[in-house]
Structures are given as C-alpha cells and as structure tokens.
Design a protein around this ligand. Sequence first.
Ligand code: NAD
Length: 481
Amino acid sequence: MTFEYAPAPESRAIVDIKPSYGLFINGEFVDGNGTSFKTVNPATEEVLAEVAEASDADVDEAVKAARRAYTRVWSRMSGAERAKYLYRIARIIQERGRELAVLESIDNGKPIKESRDVDVPIVAAHFFYYAGWADKLQYSGYGSTPLGVAGQVIPWNFPLMMLAWKIAPALACGNTVVLKPAETTPLTALLFAEICQQADLPPGVVNIVTGAGDTGRAIVSHPDVDKVAFTGSTEVGKAIARAVAGSDKKVTLELGGKAANIVFDDAPLDQAVEGIVNGIFFNQGHVCCAGSRLLVQESVADEVMARLKRRMATLRVGDPLDKNTDVGAINSAEQLAKIRELSEIGESEGAERWSAPCDLPANGYWFAPTVFTGVSQAHRIAREEIFGPVLSVLTFRTPSEAIEKANNTPFGLSAGVWTDKGSRILSMANRLRAGVVWANTFNKFDPTSPFGGYKESGYGREGGRHGLEGYLKNTEKGADA
Ligand code: NAD
C-alpha cells in the first residue's frame, strides 16, 4: 500500500538572507579584501548570497583581534563572568531556534525535522553544558589555564553543531577564537556572529572568517594561533598535522570514519532496521560516524535485507523544508559527483546495488538511498568513506569474525552493536577500535559525552570533561588523557 502525503513545508519567512555578507572581525562585520564566493541552496541550486572570501591579511586582522580580546578582556575575566555570556548565547540560540534551523536546512540541504529536532537542540545544549564548566575548571583534571587564540576550521555536514563543539569549550576555558565555516555552508555561522553581538560578547572574543581551503590554511599556519582545532577529511587533517609539526601549537583533529554497524541474530530485528536506517540515512549519510558498513550475522542476513529494503522504500526524499522529509539534498555538486563515482566503482567491483524507488526533484543535488550487498572487505566501497546515503553490507558468522571485520579499516570513529537486550555489548565494546560504541542505538550525541577517533579518524576528544583538555595548558600533575 502506498501513502500520499500532502506537503507540509516550513515557512522560510523567518529567515532574512542578505544579498552579501562580510567577515565578522572584532565584533563587527567588515568587507575584507573585496573578493567573494557564492553560497547555494543545494535543493534548488538557487544562489543564496555572496560571501566574503578572507585573504591572509584578513585572517591576520582576525587573529590580532582575537589576541587583543584574549589579553585585555577574556583571559582576565572570572570563569563565572564568562559563563554568563555562554548562558546568554545558549538562551538566544533557543529563542532563535526556528530561524537557525530553517537557515541551516536552506544552506545545507538537511531535512528540517533534523535541523529543528537534532542540530539546534544539541547546539544550545553544548553552550549550556560548557557554560557550567567555566567556573569549575580547577576540577577538570587538566588545570585551568587557557591556551590563547584558537584557530578552528569546520566542515559542511553539521555547520552549526560543529561550530558549537568548537566555540563553546574554547570560550569556557578562557580562549578566544577565529573560526572558519565550510565554503558551502557559511550562513548559520554568520547568523551566530549576529547572536554574539546580541549577547554583547566583548569584541574579538569570537571572529568568523569565511572562505575555502586557502583561508583555512592561513588560519592553521598563522604564527600567533596557539591551538588548531579541525574537523573535516582525513586528507586535509594530515596536511594540517604536517603544517603545524614542529610548532608548539596544540592540535585536535576530528576526521573521517567508516563505522561498522553489527547486527547479531538475536537482535530485535525491527529495531535494528530502524538503527541501520538512522545510522546511514540520517543527514543524507553526510556523517563522519555514519554506520556505513553493515555487518549482519549470516543466519539473519536475508531477513534483515528484506525488512531493510521494505523500510527504505518508505523513506521520503525531497524538499528539506518539508516536515515529512526523511532524506534531504546532497550538500554540493562536488559531493554528489563523489558519491556517484564510488557507487559506480562498487558496481564495477561486483557488488549488487539496490536503490529505494523514489522520484527525485528535477533541480538540486539528489541521491536515492542505496544499499550494496555481496560486498567483500577488499572492495573500495567497504574501505573508503562515501559520505552519502550509501550502505555496504557484509556478513559474518561468529563474534570474532565480526570484530575482525569491524576493525579492518584505517578509521576508528564509531561502531554499533545490536543484540538481544544489549547482551553482547560488554564482550564486544572493548575489542572494537572505535571512539564511540553504541549499543542497540546509533548516532546518539550528548554534550556530556566525549566524541572522537582512533587511527585515521584523528585525535583529541570533543564533548564532556575530556573536551576541555584541548583548550587548557594541562598544568595539572598527572592529568589524565
Ligand atoms: P574538508 O576536509 O574538505 O574540509 C573541511 C574544512 O577544511 C573546510 O572548512 C575547508 O574549507 C577546510 N580546508 C580545506 N583545505 C584546507 C587546508 N589545506 N587547510 C585548512 N583548512 C582546509 O572536509 P569536508 O568535505 O568539508 O567534510 C567532510 C569530512 O569531514 C568527512 O571526511 C567527515 O568524515 C569529516 N567529519 C568528521 C567529523 C568528526 O567529528 N570526526 C565530523 C564531521 C565531519
């Protein structure tokens, strides 16, 4: 039986997208050197705005503003005073939550139900959580001395959430920041700059500079930046690690992943299918910790695949602003080309491809939810991050085989384990080389819980008490990692 839904679009009247945006330096929007780039709505290909592209000189201005704010104001302020600003920012994020969610969906392509119910609440929660730490740093285990100026570079898949994960702990610890959003999703970071003004944050404490790779490079290699925090691809992460080697900058890297989502034969299968769908189709699969490798026990593989395909056929792909939409637009033409290329490689390697039947909109960047069966460990679709709504399925017979296959990857960010009442989680979790292991759930995030990787997924943790370590001098004897 098929169901027809009436569209239920969220109004975009609440957002005020300006024709052009400058750089946010020292508490003000400034023109920069005059060059700019366009940001596009990936669901329609409509040009949304012209955004300033920061040059080396602009980045230098931003770092100088951050340094002044650090020495004159922010590092001298008590933790309790800093907390007041963070609480104020958190409350404004909640008050302007709908505006932020709509703008995020327009600029990024993610479904409004996700930006509204996942991204924005987590962003506010992050500021609330780290506001609470600002006057308790002496209990952190990492000392309470800030580093200075933090240079932060983030990707396009969770633009606001990645901003919050970077800025909230940095400010709570007494650092000032220069942050660069990704070139395809700058608008919510610029709205956040307005929120900093609204919160009366002292000028220069937060600086937002827009641009692409060259602007990012100028930030991370600037000699007066004390800390580099990067989230993005493993390739760029390695380039950054090389660029800062030999300097005394503190570095944290949150990079790619290729998570195993492991389903045992005693698992509640309908729940596991929901977890598989959430693991790979949440945010169009543009998730570093996406459950992109399904490992299913051989005895239930046919049953799981039948239920999964039935469920995938009900996913609604389309307008990100429609409240019924489950899977939105692919973020850019370049990302769509990468997903198509790797999927074609999967077919040429001999895996069997199945895509959910759905009508894709004529304009914009779209990819139907897709699953590959008959995948072997040597296949590129089992090894490389596709970063899209594409699932590779492998089978196993024993728990040891599941562990071996799950760990057979250069990455180590996350994993999921599905068993009856979570019974196998304790015997599995310690043997999985992954920063986060979810039991009978997937893609759950909380500001109190540290997140980060092993191996080529990077180093350092964001979130929780551990997230403070990357922003403090770690003066305490015996501080743990
Ligand atoms: P990307 O590495 O291409 O870009 C990330 C950011 O780095 C962008 O702002 C970009 O402009 C900037 N950049 C590019 N070249 C640079 C350079 N040489 N120096 C400094 N900055 C530079 O990654 P992407 O395509 O935007 O994002 C997708 C990747 O991010 C995926 O691999 C995903 O797994 C990863 N990711 C990881 C996490 C995590 O927490 N581990 C979270 C989200 C995304």
